[in-house]
Design a protein around this ligand. Sequence first.
Ligand code: PMP
Length: 445
Amino acid sequence: MNQRVLAERARRAIPGGVNSGQRNVPGLSDLVIAHAEGARFRDADGKEYLDFHAAFGPPLLGHNDPDVNAAVAEAGNGADLCGVGVTEGEVELAETLAELVPSVERVLLTSTGSEATFHALRVARAATGRRLVVKFQGCYHGWHDSVSLNVISSAEKVGGRDPISTGILPEVLEATLVLPFNSSQAVRQAFADHGADIAAVIVEPVPHNVGCLLPEQEFLRTLREECTKAGSVLVFDEVITGFRHHLGGWQAISGVTPDLTTMGKAIANGYPVGALGGRADLMDLFSSRPGGPAFFAGTYNGHPAVVAAALATLRKLRAEPVHAHVFALGERIRSGLTEVFDSLGIPALVTGYGSVFVGYFMTGPARTYDDLLRNDANMFIGYRRRLLDHGIFELPLNLKRSHVSYAHTDADVDRLLEAAAVAARQAGGEVQDLAAASTMGGAVR
Ligand code: PMP
């Protein structure tokens, strides 16, 4: 059935026509996905895209990886979800995560990253008996209330109230402090002012939800020191960085070990698995009994099919040169795009890490969220819209990062760089036209 008809049916049956907030992209409201394989997906009208969006990051091996899918199919012949006891796969996965991720002594499985961050904060409050949660500008940790102060809170709203949703109790928002990323000084001040009331500090060690802000070592070390001094729980939200950047997550790269770690996305190449792991004394507060010190539950947790997907993904990440491949392609893209924009005289900062890349249309550093306010959003979105004309998919929403997978090739990178030159020139022209029209008082919408 044709895309437009399907999309119209979707809008009648599904609020907004999609099943997650950020899938509703201006200009792409009729997009219906029909097929995905490796580094590509195809829409229901047969148009193929080279995919650098990668579903916000899970398919590190590429879409529909045959080894992962085979493991899932095989799981269909074994234990089904029985809602009692544990399976061998769950034991193996927990042991593997404890082996790989420095902070993990014990681990619980969830279905999503949001559930993992929810439970991290719940157990931090249970352990400390304290109220406050500290988070950072530019970081997203899921949809639940305790982390709902907006990912893009601007400087004047630091510590202010800028929730991602209505319907959240003011008491919950008031229990959340938002600080600028990479500011050790702000962290020290928050602990000086509120230390005895801070249950947890939660941070994306690399805030990839606004593209890429690389953490300064001193900042991560300050988080560790202040949490240890005050008896607060340090949570690294490694839902994006975990497995993608290193099998042990950013904590293995930085050498800074949090108390708790949340995981998701690349852990199972796109199958719905999240995990919360960490210090045994904290994790052991989760009781299987209702009313236990901290309650944890979920009908689908540890489903044999998704556990098989995670085990197959981690096996492949360990056995094959996945990281070497995606890091090399990521580096080629970052240096190639820098050359393209430089040669066109377009001010740009191309950054990222390993398999993640993002080109901001601005000059100067990207240390904090406020630095990203210099990014030219019209150019950022316009460039990506023009890339779509070339069959290249980078999400046309401001500040979104892009990803390469094990399924991308050098030829795919060549294609991106060729298209980038044309798309950037076109978008640059359109942005100038827009600016000229607005200074002439033209009607600009
Ligand atoms: N933490 C981070 C860092 C994320 O990027 C996300 C999702 N984008 C989440 C948590 C929430 O994960 P999920 O969407 O699986 O609930």
